[in-house]
Design a binder for this molecule. Structure first.
Ligand code: ADP
Ligand code: ADP
Ligand code: MG
Length: 664
């Protein structure tokens, strides 16, 4: 067995790899950037080496520095995790040249699957069904348009070097083709340094079904069944499950066989995933699936496979990298029950899934219902530098209904404050009828986006509890019941207080009256109700109009987040001193709505701009956002420069009325 492994990654995946290493008695070395000095993966590892500044290009992508760190600490292997250097054949080669074991396939196998066009050509030769399309070298727009017409619309344009859904455009007809191709090529060049694209038939009623494969250095290859990752947004996975709902045995055998054949064709060793797209317009059929791409690494969603097979895939990676044969043969593997994984992200689903950053003032994850793979804890910062994933929540049950019920329950128990998360969106998805009944497809989330991201108004008992908690009258005292001995309230007598709260950009005026122990009269913007509240087992029980509500609350300074029924609501005390510098109208400042990179800055000081004109383009992890002029005017100040990384809320530009106009 290997003795010491360096993990060239961060976050949840680094933590997850470290845990299995330690269970098997393998020592670990973590690496970290400036932003990650106090990160969880650093605390868990046996040793940790600082590798550079926060931007990934200067730390987690610096293969040379990482290899030096492995040599200096006496590690005998490097585990690349996913993302970063995991699918970089030059890095895999450099690791081997340094006399270390790269915990993944050979550089030759990574290269063979690195470009989607070459991979498809290879798979076609190996007899694996591929998505119909054009994957040759020619890139002239007219030629590709003719190919698209031959394939038949709709088509999907894909960057051959693509990943993470980038450089991908669905095109409905010939008229939209040229523009879509140009923009896909531009995005591909910027993201991957390679503009080349391929054209694929857009599969109707598509389901993303992938097969986990595993090979060793002795020529053995097995598959560990399928995962269904059809619940996607912008071609990115949201909730994954295993097995795939409605999967006929015949199709499972055909897909497993095709995946093993694909892996054998490139002499595959280690963990890998073959992604297929299936046409589910008439249910799943054994002759309606096609190879899309291979990911030559451990996949984000590997835990659902672990849950249904009982295999620890990282343990297998360690054994294979130690030269051992695969622990199990194909006929020794079977499916036990059902499993789901939800990706909990720091993002604001109600505001177009903008990545969120900030300090996790509180993080409580539902460990009693689920396996939780996380790389952060209370007090950690979600920084703009890396993937804003907070945790993966994985459940298992004897069947799909019970595993999904557990997931829904677990998501309702997520308590995160300080950073907006997608927990509510995920929970609603688990309850969406097509998803709940086992009919996912890659368009499901988009079709139901409105109901999945709808803003639910805070019920009055929630507003009331927020006011009670923020009024300051209810500070917990030395008594173990925080509802006793409330200093600001003279209990059993008349007492009242006035609280001004901010909620979703609105001000709420609330008056509170104490009516006895745990009883309050609350008037919200003039509408009154009576509340009784008590504290039980870490939650608040609030009674209003003959109903009890179990609510969670996390208070941080002048703010509180209330949780209940899978939803959450955030309130802040209105600062009486604020508002002074609001003299400049809101429309006068162009503010970064998310942390990220100022990719393009088209505004110059003094320039006259028209309402709607693009002033700047920002880019954050996997998304681009255009900031346009809120009204006619001229640019008074430019406070950032192109290429600069900014925080959420940073003022980028200041507008003023254009010269010669009275009012802006
Ligand atoms: P998977 O199918 O396993 O989700 P993806 O290709 O979508 O594979 O991404 C795998 C992981 O790689 C992501 O979760 C993320 O951490 C990382 N990743 C993907 N795209 C990027 C990117 N553009 N920049 C940095 N990391 C990325
Ligand atoms: P990436 O490298 O970004 O993961 P993929 O080729 O795996 O790119 O495609 C990402 C997603 O896009 C798939 O999971 C699927 O939902 C969708 N997709 C890809 N190819 C097709 C296709 N030919 N027809 C319909 N949807 C597709
Ligand atoms: Mg993919």
């Amino acid at each position: 067995m290997l003795k010491k492994v360096l993990i060239a990654n961060r976050g949840e995946i680094a933590c997850r790899i470290i845990r299995t290493c330690h269970r098997l008695g393998v020592a670990t070395v973590a690496v970290y950037s400036d932003a990650d000095r106090d990160a969880l993966h650093v605390s868990l590892a046996g040793e940790a080496v600082h590798i550079g500044p926060s931007p990934a290009a200067e730390s987690y992508l610096r293969g040379d520095i990482i290899i030096d760190a492995a040599l200096e600490t006496g590690a005998d292997a490097i585990h690349p995790g996913y993302g970063f250097l995991s699918e970089n054949p030059d890095f895999a080669e450099a690791v081997a040249s340094a006399g270390l074991r790269f915990m993944g396939p050979s550089p030759v196998a990574i290269r063979a699957m690195g470009l989607k066009d070459a991979a498809k050509a290879l798979m076609e030769k190996a007899g694996v069904p591929i998505v119909p399309g054009y994957h040759g070298n020619r890139q002239e727009p007219d030629f590709l348009l003719a190919e698209a017409e031959r394939i038949g619309f709709p088509v999907l344009i894909k960057a051959r070097a693509g990943g993470g859904g980038k450089g991908m455009r669905r095109v409905e007809n010939a008229a939209g083709f040229a523009d879509a191709l140009a923009s896909a090529q531009r995005e591909a060049l910027a993201a991957f340094g390679d503009a080349a694209c391929l054209i694929e038939k857009y599969i109707t009623h598509p389901r993303h079904i992938e097969i986990q494969v595993f090979g060793d250095d002795h020529g053995n290859v097995v598959h560990l069944f399928e995962r269904d990752c059809s619940a996607q947004r912008r071609h990115q996975k949201v909730i994954e499950e295993a097995p795939a709902p409605g999967m006929p045995d015949e199709m499972r055998r055909a897909m497993g066989g095709a995946a093993v054949k694909a892996a054998q064709a490139i002499g595959y060793s280690g963990a890998g995933t073959i992604e297929f797209i299936a046409d589910a317009s008439e249910g799943l059929k054994a002759d309606r699936f096609w190879f899309m791409e291979m990911n030559t690494r451990l996949q984000v969603e590997h835990p659902v496979t672990e849950a249904i097979t009982g295999v620890d895939l990282v343990e297998w990676q360690l054994r294979v990298a130690s030269g051992e044969p695969l622990p199990l043969k194909q006929n020794e593997l079977s499916i036990n029950g059902w499993s789901f994984e939800a990706r909990l992200y720091a993002e604001d689903a109600e505001r177009g899934f903008l990545p969120a950053t900030g300090t996790l003032a509180h993080l409580d994850l539902p460990k009693q219902f689920a396996r939780v793979d996380s790389g952060v804890r209370t007090g950690d910062r979600i920084s703009p530098f890396y993937d804003p994933m907070i945790a993966k929540i994985i459940t298992h049950g004897p069947d799909r209904i019970s595993a999904l019920a557990r997931l829904s329950l677990a998501l309702a128990e997520v308590r995160a404050a300080g950073v907006t998360t997608n927990a509510t969106f995920l929970r609603r998805l688990t309850n969406q009828s097509d998803f709940a009944e086992g009919r996912p497809d890659t368009g499901l989330i988009d079709r139901h986006l409105a109901e999945l991201t709808m803003v639910h108004a805070a019920p009055s008992e929630v507003v009331g509890l927020a006011a009670i908690l923020l009024s300051g009258a209810l500070e917990p005292t030395s008594s173990h019941d925080p509802w006793r001995n409330l200093p600001g309230f003279r209990l059993w007598s008349e007492a009242s207080d006035f609280v001004a709260l901010e909620h979703r950009g609105r001000h709420l005026a609330i008056s509170l009256g104490a009516k006895g122990e745990g009883a309050y009269s609350v008037a919200i913007d003039g509408t009154g109700l009576d509340l009784r509240a008590s504290h039980f087992d870490g939650a608040y029980l609030v009674e209003s109009a003959g109903r009890k509500h179990r609510l969670g609350a996390v208070r941080a300074g002048r703010e509180v987040t209330i949780f209940g029924n899978g939803e959450n609501w955030h309130f802040a005390l209105v600062d009486p001193l604020a508002g002074e510098d609001e003299a400049v109208g809101v429309g006068d400042r162009i503010v970064a709505p998310m942390p990220g990179l100022v990719k393009l800055l088209s505004a110059t000081p003094g320039a006259v701009v028209a309402k709607g004109e693009t002033l700047a383009v920002m880019e954050a992890m996997k998304m681009e956002l255009i900031l346009s002029a809120p009204r006619d005017g001229s640019i008074a100040e430019v406070l950032v420069s192109q290429g600069e990384q900014v925080l959420e809320g940073a003022v980028l530009l200041v507008l003023e009325p254009a010269p010669g106009t009275e009012n802006g």
